[in-house]
Design a binder for this molecule. Sequence first.
Ligand code: DTR
Ligand code: ZN
Ligand code: ZN
Length: 596
Amino acid sequence: MSIKKIFNKSVVTAAVSSVLLAGCLWDDPRWVADQVSQAVKERRLVRILTDLEVRATPTEDGSSTTRAAGSEGYENSVEYIKRKMRKMGYKVWTQELDFRSWVELANTSLAVNGQTLVHIRDATDDVPADYATMSYSGGSGGPINAPIAFVTPDFDFDAPDYDSSDGCEASDFDGVDVSGKVAVIQRGACTFDAKVSNAEAAGAVAVIVFNQGNSDGRKGVVNGTLGSDTGVTIPAFGARFDLGKDWYDALQGGASYMADLAVAVRDENIVTHNVLAETRKGNDDQVVMLGAHLDSVPEGPGINDNGSGTAGLLEYATALKKMKVKPKNKIRFAWWAAEEAGLVGSNFYTNALFSPIRDDAVQLILDELGLDDPSQLTEEQLEMVDARYNELNPVKLYLNFDMIGSPNYIYGVMDGDLSDTKDSPDNAYPGDFEPPYGTSDIESLFNEYFDNANEKTVPQALSNRSDYAGFAQWGVAFGGLFTGAERVKSDQEAADFGGEAGVAYDKCYHQACDDFGNVSHEALVTNTKSLSYVTTYYAMSEQLFPPKPEAEVQPFGLRSLASPTHTHHVGDVIKAASREHADHGHFHGDFDQDRE
Ligand code: DTR
Ligand code: ZN
Ligand code: ZN
């Protein structure tokens, strides 16, 4: 055969096989995932960041701009996402929700016995903080000048009758006169809300809760929250232990101290919106969801937190479109409202969507068993409910992208199965939490992407500080990426990822300077490719996760014999979670602030 012939033949073969191959390559989730991931473009991502920054509107004090839930900057961002997604042909809708938004305005002051105290906002490396305003504190309505008064503090930590419950009961105020005074109360035994409410009922004009002092962890500034359900209307502060103790000793010695204070807050119900969008094609019974919060904190425009995740999702939607992908499963995008106020938008969405599905599952199982009282379901029967709920729930997984372009980044992957971070102090999940089936596979797939890209990753503890929390609690498999916030980079991480050890991952976290200049393009591009890869893989897979191992699909009776200990059911987790997070609705991302 002549060279020419061989050449022609191979050209024809190549052409034919590429057509054939193309046919089956589109059936290969990894191949499609790779194509979409490669279609991600830095210039478009960067453009989205600038588009978001120009949509931010001036902050309260005019020193920066913001896209916080409730601001014009937020609604501008909503319109922007809606327009872009509609233009690409996605189905787009918004979901309205409201919440109690509380913000401390500028110029809070507190002085005791003429000594001006340092507000936590003004603290520096050299000047430690003395106090913080409690979230949901009332305002002072002008300056207040009043004597301070103690209630029932106890400093005898080792005494057998040590009583840590200063101010927890209304009766604690019986023998003490706090009327018209600033009550100074020791932390311990009950919520700040209980202490401050009791003091207000007894006539106090303001309250300072100082730290308990009984251990090293309880000496610093109390930076707490009264919770969004509080009825307190007077100013409430938290202070360091040593300050409270010093004032107490002085008063015991016969001194009388005055407090001078002023605090202004904005406390209002706000209407805001989640933005949702989905592909027109794909199986509705297998929805693959991904989300990023769209709001910033009130202090700044939030371009890394979370313009980065917002841009990642929008660029992924663009790459899908450019590659003309026909997903097998529905892909649903969510841009969440009011994450910074305590995961408000995502929790609203998950509760509204999953609660009725859960109720249906309960009813179906009751009907099948011929029972009518859900409270009498046994452990085994509750497992049947869980299984039915999982079948009925069309949302099969959720991927979260919050801060994916931190300037001093690491490549963090959520450790959804708790395999590396179970004992981390940041792990917010109790011992009997069983990660939803598939969660571990999601983490592995993210890691696979980074491995192939020759990048290391750092497993991230589930601190419940972002929007995956509602999905995890409702039993949906989840995962996500995170490049770091206020914590500092370790030496090992600097060796693995470059950047500066001993410096925060994001030195502008929750500040005015979280602007266009505060994003690593490198991290943003890599993470957007990674999220495109993982989401597309699941969107193109008929079977999302490997089949459960034998032991997991035993008949329910056997299964409960195999695991006699109590396990979490979706309903239990929700109850626990709503107890802990009943107080969503204040800013600064401090919904995980202490309540007591
Ligand atoms: N929720 C973020 C910051 C944050 C802190 N820890 C994590 C872990 C995973 C994702 C995000 C975060 C914020 O919006 O402030
Ligand atoms: Zn965030
Ligand atoms: Zn934040």
